[in-house]
Design a protein around this ligand. Structure first.
Ligand SMILES: NC(=O)c1cc2c(N)ncc(C(N)=O)c2s1
Length: 314
């Protein structure tokens, strides 16, 4: 078989196995099979360096540490969300939307992951840039570190060009293991998974980021073309492309349904393998989002219900 064909075949197989393992958490082959194919690809790319490309699964852990992060400007600002802290405030927010639209739209309720907001730019299905939110307009290029996150695909199932927005986070188990290790080494502990994720993604040496077992959930996409017509469709579309999307979202028709969803997670959140600090509620339809627009710093068509701060058990 032609070497280039074998390389492409190995890449597609390894990307599929990686997706099953890291995104679906449902591997279809034993680790030994994955490692065998990965070693074959590494060997071929070593013998034929011209066949090695940035989107190869062998290129997840970058080269030499950076001296600094390059600043990037977000074509579409990464806005922050307005917050509500009670059912009354949530009902007021829903009523304002009903008044603006003249009817009650469909809402999507999702988990609010407590990590670091990031932007992933894909061109023709390949990850070309990963960046932090920064101040919403200017972030930092942390592509090398984000490529080490196994649930971030380097190559999508379709050659689309768009931007994915989501949260890079550290699962609770990774956080506990990291702090146990730091305690053994007499290093300062991280206060919480969010700080640990932020600290990991600020590392100039991507080998350190790669060692921190970070994960990622997409929660939106930005595109110039009309790929989908609503937010819930965008989540299904991202899943189809091989991007990690949390399955814990639901559509709601009323404030009461939204509040029921919030209440289930007030208790359920402690059982989740990652931290959440609230529930994000969005108007589902892109036309309604367009109609509602933005305030100076936040969308009018989305809000975050923040859980009460947990009493710290001393
Ligand atoms: N700042 C933002 O727009 C968002 C921030 C977050 C977050 N931290 N977690 C989840 C979502 C979501 N499910 O939409 C959003 S949206």
């Amino acid at each position: 078989m032609e070497m280039a064909e074998r390389v492409e075949e190995l890449r597609q197989t390894l990307n599929q196995y990686g997706y099953e393992y890291y995104v679906l958490d449902r591997p279809s082959v034993p680790d030994s099979e994955y490692d065998r194919l990965m070693n074959e690809l590494i060997q071929i790319e070593t013998d034929y360096p011209e066949l090695r490309t940035p989107d190869s699964p062998t290129q997840r852990v970058g080269g030499a540490p950076l001296d600094a992060f390059v600043k990037v400007t977000h074509d579409t600002p990464m806005l922050s969300l307005g917050n509500v802290f009670s059912k009354e405030e949530l009902v007021e927010w829903v009523e304002r939307i009903e008044k603006d639209l003249g009817y009650t739209p469909t809402f999507v309720a999702e988990l609010k992951f407590d990590g670091l907001a990031v932007s992933l730019k894909y061109e023709n299905g390949r990850l070309v840039r990963g960046a932090t939110r920064g101040d919403g307009t200017t972030g930092e290029d942390i592509t090398q570190n984000l490529k080490t996150i196994r649930s971030i695909p380097l190559r999508l199932n379709e050659d689309v060009t768009f931007e994915v927005r989501g949260e890079a986070y550290m699962p609770k188990r990774s956080f506990e293991q990291l702090n146990d290790e730091r305690e053994r080494n007499g290093e300062p502990l991280f206060a919480n998974p969010r700080n640990a994720a932020a600290g990991s993604l600020r590392q100039l040496d991507s080998k350190i980021a790669a060692s921190r077992n970070l994960a990622f959930f997409a929660y939106g996409l930005v595109s110039q073309d009309d790929l989908v017509a609503s937010h819930d469709e965008s989540l299904d579309y991202l899943k189809r492309l091989g991007v990690a999307v949390s399955g814990d979202y639901t559509t709601c028709q009323t404030a009461d349904e939204l509040w029921d969803y919030i209440e289930t997670y007030v208790t359920k959140r402690s059982d989740l393998p990652y931290e959440i600090d609230g529930i994000v509620i969005k108007v589902a339809g892109y036309e309604e989002q367009e109609q509602l627009g933005f305030t100076a710093k936040s969308p009018r068509w989305a809000v975050a219900y923040k859980f009460p701060a947990e009493e710290v058990v001393t």
